[in-house]
Write a protein that binds this ligand. Structure first.
Ligand code: FES
Ligand code: FES
Length: 158
């Protein structure tokens, strides 16, 4: 079937199979490989992208469900050479180790900061509960989200 959608601001028309996952459409057909496949069953959050403003685990979403949707992946956050404040903050806070979970964490955090521009550490922890990280122990990820919130407020982005 044919679907039309917007991804990272670009309109696309793609042929998809009825059982094709959104994650495979994004990674294999579109070549956007930031979203990762960890568990493949909705438990790790590594495949998180934003669909119509909400974070979704793209391993559990059918590509067909993206018809008429607006999708944002971490590849769509930077503006030219300027990284998004969340991306900058993850680097500055030393929150990236192997990096496998980070695109998913950033997309979840992006949605959190849209709703709550100054989250507490507990609110960040709760928002990121579905994003599993095997490396960092989470503290630096939480530091990064708080730093991004602070920088975005200072830069008038909220
Ligand atoms: S790969 Fe989708 S939640 Fe783990
Ligand atoms: S940085 Fe390695 S899984 Fe999170």
């Amino acid at each position: 079937m044919e679907i039309k959608f917007t991804i990272n601001g670009e309109e696309r028309t793609e042929q998809v199979k009825p059982n094709q996952r959104l994650l495979d459409l994004i990674r294999k057909d579109l070549g956007l490989v930031a979203a990762k496949e960890g568990c493949g069953k909705g438990e790790c959050g590594a495949c998180t992208v934003i669909m119509n403003g909400e974070p979704v685990t793209s391993c559990l979403v059918l590509a067909a469900q993206a018809d008429e949707a607006e999708i944002l992946t971490v590849e769509g956050l930077a503006e030219g050479d300027n990284l998004h404040p969340l991306q900058e903050a993850f680097i500055e806070a030393g929150a990236v180790q192997c990096g496998f979970c980070i695109p998913g964490c950033i997309m979840t955090a992006y949605c959190l900061l849209k709703e709550n521009s100054s989250p507490t550490r507990n609110e960040i922890r709760t928002a990121l509960a579905g994003n599993i990280c095997r490396c960092t122990g989470y503290q630096k990820i939480i530091d990064a989200v708080q730093l991004a919130a602070k920088n975005m407020a200072a830069g008038g982005e909220n």
